[in-house]
Design a protein around this ligand. Structure first.
Ligand code: PDD
Length: 280
């Protein structure tokens, strides 16, 4: 079932107009929300970020946050899926193709739930990454539907047999193509400051909170590509990959090539806040 506007309907009944601005311009915003054991994880934080993204692109939200919460609840209740991810997007609406904002278009919400499992193999053994140029715009803090540079970067990683691309802008690593990135050097966590060059990931925020609780010091600084030589550990964070070790970057081992102790402590702490995992 798909939530289309404020109605739940079968996927086959949903009609997407070819003049939908999400389709023609990528003119819209989105969120990906994890559902563990039937409960949306950090839902308020996701809806707050959605509200910020909407404001940043001058898109009036079609419903209040409370209304969206109850619509998502209905989506969850009619589904037999207990562990999955909600994809939610809001387009600026339908109008004859013209770059400027249409006068009368009504924003359209679409949301659905897909079953996913925790990526246990990646969490256990880690993943490999490449570095590549960050070709994105200067408002990466907006969760916009324009994902072409991220798509190209991820494909470059996949073409090289890797799972993620770490993006480099002005010789500094910003984030992953669909994740935030952290490094560990001499017992300290290093992550890019939360400015316009990265998405302010909800999982990044959780990792930072957990690090505070575990008294792991954090430095908010962009790491240069050359500094990769000196790091002991690396991990990425996202709604779907959680806290995932990166054990190889551009063909070189990170540390001893195995997930490091600080990454493991944070992964453990993260696992403890997941509502009753059913498939680990
Ligand atoms: N991506 N940075 C980028 C560029 C992202 O696309 C994402 C998430 C993140 C992590 O954010 P969060 O922890 O809030 O999921 C960071 C989602 C999952 C996606 O596009 O599928």
């Amino acid at each position: 079932m798909i939530l289309f506007g404020d109605r739940l309907m079968e996927k086959t009944q949903v009609k997407i107009d070819i003049e939908d601005r999400a389709y023609q311009f990528g003119d819209g915003i989105y969120e990906v929300i994890r559902v563990y054991n039937g409960q949306p994880f950090y839902l308020n934080e996701h809806l707050t970020r959605l509200e910020k993204s909407a404001k940043a692109i001058r898109l009036p939200l079609p419903y209040s946050i409370n209304k969206m919460e109850s619509l998502l609840q209905q989506l969850l209740e009619q589904s037999s899926i207990t562990d999955g991810k909600i994809y939610l997007q809001i387009s600026r609406g339908i109008s004859p193709r013209n770059h400027a904002f249409p006068l009368n278009a009504k924003p359209i919400l679409v949301a659905y739930l897909d079953a996913i499992d925790r990526p246990v193999t990646k969490l256990e053994h880690g993943i490999s990454a490449i570095t590549t140029a960050d070709l994105r715009w200067l408002r990466c803090d907006i969760k916009s539907l324009n994902l072409l540079p991220a798509v190209l970067a991820k494909q470059e990683a996949v073409d090289q047999g890797c799972e993620e691309a770490l993006l480099v802008r002005d010789e500094k690593i910003t984030e992953g193509s669909s994740s935030n990135v952290f490094f560990v050097q001499q017992g300290k966590l290093i992550t890019h400051p939360s400015n316009h060059l990265i998405l302010h990931g909800i999982t990044r925020h959780i990792a930072i909170e957990l690090a505070h609780q575990l008294k792991i010091p954090i430095v908010y600084q962009a790491l240069s590509q050359q500094q990769l030589e000196q790091i002991d550990e690396c991990f990425i964070t996202s709604t779907t990959v959680e806290i995932c070790p990166v054990v190889q970057i551009d063909g070189k081992s990170v540390g001893n090539g195995k997930p490091g102790p600080i990454t493991r402590r944070l992964q453990q702490a993260f696992a403890e806040i997941i509502p009753a995992p059913t498939n680990v």
